[in-house]
Design a protein around this ligand. Structure first.
Ligand code: AKG
Ligand code: MN
Length: 202
């Protein structure tokens, strides 16, 4: 499938059919049962509205010491493995040469959002960031590599995949809001976003 360009990012609308989405949701449920998502605190003591957990060799955490990738969960245990159904999406849009070592699992309940930011804590920006949308629609905003660059937003739907690579790898992006209850994929509503990244330099 050929992607659509949006603000330099590659957008694959409806890349995942319903069966593929359901398989991923079931596999991610096993991840969240082993490592329950939590609303991390920021350095300033604010709680993020998005609940997060991770799979893979390293996971993203935040606390009063700041945010970072960590080889273990806050309770000291390792992160669950990235499910094959999720790695299969990376294989389709990036290839086999290198697989991601981190999968951030973001859960957006009603009212959750994510401010404009860059993904820049990884050791190797030559690999793209692959983001999988599941569940409720989300208004995704993408700007430029410099913060003042104009930004535009697009509604992402369940099964859509976005790749931030090349010139867009360090583009500012965020989620303005979700349309709570717009999808029936997740029991109880909400949005699940999986963000695959190569964190460790080869
Ligand atoms: O939820 C999304 O679509 C974006 C998530 C994101 O940008 C991140 O976790 O860094
Ligand atoms: Mn991001």
């Amino acid at each position: 499938m050929k992607p659509v360009k949006f603000q330099g990012a590659d957008l694959y609308p409806a890349l995942l059919d319903e069966a593929a989405q359901k398989e991923i949701v079931a596999d991610i449920r096993a991840v969240t049962e082993a490592a329950p998502p939590q609303r991390f605190e920021t350095r300033r003591g604010r709680r993020l509205s998005v609940a997060m957990t991770s799979a893979g060799r390293v996971g993203w955490i935040s606390d009063r010491a700041g945010y970072r990738y960590a080889p273990t969960r806050p309770d000291g245990r390792p992160w669950p493995e990235i499910p094959d159904s999720v790695l299969a999406v990376w294989r389709r849009v990036v290839g086999e040469d290198r697989l991601p070592d981190s999968c951030l699992v973001n859960f957006y309940a009603e009212g959750a959002r994510m401010g404009l930011h860059q993904d820049r804590d990884e050791g190797d920006f030559s690999w793209p960031v692959v983001s999988i949308s599941l569940g409720d629609d989300a208004l995704f905003r993408v700007g430029g590599v410099e913060r003042p660059a104009p930004s535009r937003s697009v509604w992402l739907r369940s099964g859509d995949v976005v790749v931030l690579g090349g010139a867009s790898r360090l583009a500012f992006h965020g989620i303005d809001r979700i349309r709570f209850g717009s999808s029936r994929l997740l029991e109880g509503g909400g949005r699940l976003n999986l963000t695959l990244r190569v964190v460790e330099r080869a």
